[in-house]
Design a binder for this molecule. Sequence first.
Ligand code: PRX
Length: 652
Amino acid sequence: MSTDFKSLQIENRVFPPSAEFQAKARISSMDEYKKLHAESINSPDTFWAREASELTWQKRWDKVLDWQPPFAKWFVGAKVNVSENCVDRHLTTHRKEKVAILWEGEPGDTRTLTYAQLHVEVCKFANVLKAQGIKSGDRVLIYMPMVPEAAIAMLACSRIGAVHSVVFGGFSAESIKDRLHDSGAIAIVTADGGWRRGKIVPLKPHVDTALSSGESNVKKVIVLKRTGQEIAMQAGRDTWWHDEVAKVDANCPAEGFDAEHPLYILYTSGSTGKPKGILHTSGGYLVGTYCTSKYVFDLRDDDVYWCTADVGWVTGHSYIVYGPLANGATALMYEGAPDTPHFGRFWEIIQKHKVTILYTAPTAIRAFIKWGDEHPNKYDLSTLRLLGSVGEPINPEAWMWYHTVIGGGRCPIVDTWWQTETGSIMITPLPGVTPTKPGTATLPFFGVDAAILDEDGNEVGPNEGGKLVIRKPWPSMLRTIYGDAERYQQTYWSTYKNIYLAGDSSRRDEDGYFWILGRIDDVLNVSGHRLGTAEVESALVSHPAVAEAAAVGRPDEIKGQAVVVFVTVKAGVQPSDALAAELKKHVGNVIGAIARPDDVRFTAALPKTRSGKIMRRLLKEVVAGGVVKGDTTTLEDFSVVAALQASGKDDE
Ligand code: PRX
């Protein structure tokens, strides 16, 4: 049986950028995009050398790329300091007094840091790290709330060549312990706590628990005071950020490091087993995040740019800290939850700070839709000029809502496909160029040679599904899995020789646009027909009663797999048998009888990772009737799974 599949989703809506947006954009015609893309693929050295030349190098490279598959070295022989590029580079320009970080705490407190002020803070904290004995190459774990000091700590590490590993502030002591063990970190930067949904999220106590077994290499813990509650401090090991900063000066020259010097390790969950430590290095990552931020967000000096991700995720690394700051942008950072103290908090922030670019995730967009239009409608969102989406396929109806209710029909949407591993955006519209269609990330970015292959490694035809791959190395690519080159090779480079396997299934439409159909492991196989989870889910979300949906396969003797869908409904809608029947019919009408769900289960919430991705793997275990035994450490709220298991029993 062929494992390739045909897409059944049809999308005819097309939204070209407005003439006004296009006229002002850096890249403003499809011809220009095509010319530059061809150059970036055929003469990558020329393209990337030109982009890199816009940045500050203490020594220029001898060679742009050294590719010994699957190991790449970019800007070979160059010396660079990433923090110098994100901060110092702007001090000799008009950007010196421009706001670099515009911060809003959940309780409503705000702070601004100009590039000049950020420079002082980064240099001081770099000196604190040095005073604590931290040297180039040492690993430092950062476990912080969304406060400016999280970015300052990252930049201070990069300034002295220390390798940071940021652990999302919502993760447990156990997750910290695993990451300490794997990275061999010798210091932790943390805070007493952070504010989320009106409550203190304790951080330092989790660090204490993680360190209590005494198995780590950690010698120093530096603690920022944010929430002010009583915490334990261990003499000799723990010190306060403010005490240490008071002891140092702001003189910390930026040393040049090899372009391939490690910048950070970021852990991401594999489908099974222990999290993978994705290693990014300095020069190529800097160039990749700089270049994508510049072109994809079309950054201008008067933009107020807001990426709503947490710095604990790659999106926060690349598109709150490194990319925007390398461009001298004003980056807004918000500490808290989107529903605190009310459902309009995001829109209030946009109105208050006159945000011009908003970059958020489909999971958030679906939550906003569920909460109702009256919340955004209360605020003035007219400063917005560009919207972005990342993290999951965006359901076409969620895209339409984002376009009309948030974007007022005037803002281009950049649906950006990329991964922790890719370091920067890979498939995306260019906002002044690409006619967008709801639900597709459209075309490859410069330097990205993306394709869709079948099992035999041949490119599939239009609208046929297959595996998404990248055929050429790119500057911000991961260099390895930390401490496990074998797993790196196996996971990404062994399915097809010397070709990067992204792990997503995808199709290309007749315009060459890429549609992500879901993770390879999640693809449904019904009576020999392969269906992407994203297609079934988007069909459900296009029904007016549905807020969010997840589709999984249940083993079925006759069909191979039966389609089971989990559905959350919009505020005010009552789940019922009649609605379930209607939804089955609706999917049948939208995609075809083959995709018609066998079982519709209503649920108050779907199990998600902390970064908001639906965990279909757990739902698969729930429908298979067994106990959920897979790794659930990244799950946001286990009670969601417990409730589904309990309800599943009555439901069968
Ligand atoms: O499945 C794709 C999905 O998220 C995966 C990468 O997740 P992570 O490493 O956590 O990075 C998220 C932030 C870049 C991808 O393999 N994904 C991400 N963006 C999109 C997407 N799926 C469809 N469309 C997107 N725009």
